[in-house]
Write a protein that binds this ligand. Structure first.
Ligand SMILES: Nc1ncnc2c1ncn2[C@@H]1O[C@H](COP(=O)(O)OP(=O)(O)OP(=O)(O)O)[C@@H](O)[C@H]1O
Length: 257
């Protein structure tokens, strides 16, 4: 499914948050949105999800105006939104049951999807009984099980340590290769954007406008992103982060992990 943003402006009580944003997100493309905190990235995702309307301009899915939420456009947040009173299996199956799939079939498909994200054996666990990374794996299974045409990912791995985040990025990339949804990914992690995206849009502070766009269409990326070092440096520079600060932050993150 193709997403089109046409001269989109968004204001909240007169506060301009998005200014004249126009882009096409092609079917099966993964576009990462990177920018300073509060610039309006999540707001863009919400417009694509149909959670609110643009103040002016248009947001279209395959040429049709987006008028509200639809299961074919799936939003996934950083905080896993699993229901604490349901097992992982029931949480994942619920996405199908809400679409009127019979319980037995939904449960079987949920078990298959949990296995795809390496959670076989944990079907009967409750969210609080598994790690944060496992909860996000289950959330990924729940996001993919309905085979959405568009995935809107808002910092999906932002709460995870660096190592867990990388393994989740691998899983996400594998699922995307198999299912081919169109993806908009909001992330603060420039390396995550470089690793996962076909294209990166770097936004200005609010109101969000695109400062630069990077095309990364590349077949086999690994977590060794050294060949993207120049782009990485440029993005960090656009975000006002100096290389030494970034190295220090990475070191701290390594110690924390
Ligand atoms: N429903 C709302 N009502 C009023 N203001 C809002 C609403 N949603 C977002 N805003 C404002 O719009 C601005 C952009 O918010 P948004 O969440 O889109 O930024 P962001 O770039 O995703 O930030 P972050 O990276 O910190 O998550 C902020 O100033 C926020 O307070």
């Amino acid at each position: 499914m193709k997403l089109s943003f046409k001269h989109v402006n968004k204001q909240f009580s007169g506060l301009p948050v998005i200014a004249d944003f126009s882009r096409e997100i092609e079917e099966g493309e993964l576009v990462a949105l990177v920018g300073p905190s509060g610039c309006g990235k999540s707001t863009l995702l919400h417009l694509a999800a149909g959670l609110g309307a643009a103040s002016s301009g248009a947001v279209l899915a395959d040429g049709q105006a987006i008028k509200g939420p639809h299961p074919e456009r799936m939003l996934m947040f950083q905080e896993n939104a699993l229901y604490p009173w349901l097992t992982l299996e029931a949480n994942v199956a619920l996405a199908l049951e809400l679409q009127k799939v019979g319980k037995a079939s939904a449960r079987q498909q949920a078990r298959d999807w949990l296995s795809k994200v390496s959670l076989q054996g944990f079907e009967a666990y409750y969210p609080h009984q598994v790690s944060g990374g496992m909860r996000q794996r289950a959330a990924l299974a729940r996001a993919f099980i309905t085979k959405p045409k568009v995935l809107l990912l808002d910092e999906p791995f932002g709460a995870l340590d660096a190592l867990t985040r990388m393994t989740l990025q691998d899983s996400l990339r594998q699922l995307i290769r198999e299912e081919r949804p169109t993806v908009l990914l909001v992330t603060h992690d420039v390396d995550e954007a470089l690793f996962l995206a076909d294209r990166i849009l770097v936004f200005s502070p609010r109101p969000a406008t695109v400062l630069r766009e990077f095309n990364l269409n590349h077949h086999e990326k690994t977590h060794d992103l050294s060949e993207f070092a120049a782009i990485r440096r440029e993005i960090l520079c656009l975000l006002g982060i100096h290389a030494e600060q970034d190295a220090f932050a990475k070191k701290l993150e390594g110690i924390a992990a």
